[in-house]
Design a protein around this ligand. Structure first.
Ligand SMILES: [Zn+2]
Length: 245
């Protein structure tokens, strides 16, 4: 059994593509954390999970959606309580270019940190360009074993996050990115998870549409870097994930 610890099922833009992805998740046994961008995306993923036992819906407001949601925080409480893992949440100073959105981003992120602390929930965190700041927040809110999504920051912060006890999802750029390969080399196998980040991330990397089966290629690549058998990597990732949920 494989693990996709950060996917966006609402990014499959047609019924045909979504059905194909859901079929892969079911038939190839890929335990999938369906991250949300906002309430609509969470409701959508929650419905899919009713019919597919391999999908775990996950509530959060993506940093790029914070400015549209900062006034609705009091509506999120039930979603947070029922969600096994909170995500996608975080900060982004790279892809979110409009600086006027940053105060909203921080407000929404801090709200989720408070709630994650209150209910002792695991979080799935986007850290783009804000790695050091997020490490400080993780410590401040004493978060329970956060999952760091597609880390691309500096090595010193990576080491601190690892020492804190974070898990890291290795993504679809592993075949191509020198930094991602170095991160895999550095991390112990018992802190590594895998992710596809929706179909569009692989497309951004190499032009191919990212169906969930790409997870197997990521496992293969990790095995190559770590010089261990693919089966061992697969088993370790599943154990890591199960220890979280
Ligand atoms: Zn994502």
């Amino acid at each position: 059994m494989f693990v996709d610890a950060h996917n966006h099922l609402d990014f499959f833009e047609s019924k045909e593509k979504l059905d194909k992805a859901l079929g892969i998740i079911r038939n190839e046994e890929i335990l999938t954390l369906g991250c949300s961008m906002d309430c609509k995306s969470y409701e959508f993923t929650k419905k899919l999970a009713v019919k597919n036992k391999n999908i775990i819906p996950c509530f959060g407001i993506h940093p790029s959606k914070a400015h549209e949601n900062y006034k609705k925080l009091d509506k999120f409480h039930e979603y947070i309580k029922e969600s096994r893992i909170i995500g996608e949440i975080g900060l982004d100073y790279v892809w979110v270019k409009e600086k006027e959105k940053y105060p909203y981003m921080k407000k929404v992120f801090i709200y989720f940190l408070e709630q994650a602390r209150r209910y002792n929930k695991i979080t799935n965190i986007h850290t783009k360009g804000a790695e050091g700041e997020i490490y400080n927040y993780i410590k401040k809110y004493k978060l329970k074993t956060p999952i760091i999504h597609w880390y691309s920051g500096d090595k010193d912060t990576l080491r601190k996050l690892l020492e804190y006890g974070c898990y890291f999802t290795i993504s679809v750029d592993i075949e191509y990115s020198k930094l991602s390969k170095e991160i895999v080399q550095f991390l112990p196998l018992d802190k590594i998870l895998t992710e596809t980040d929706g179909p569009t991330s692989l497309q951004w990397v190499n032009g191919r549409y990212g169906y969930p089966s790409v997870i197997k290629d990521i496992v293969k690549e990790i095995a190559k870097i770590k010089k261990v058998k693919e089966g061992e990597v697969e088993k370790s990732i599943l154990n890591n994930f199960k220890s979280l949920i």
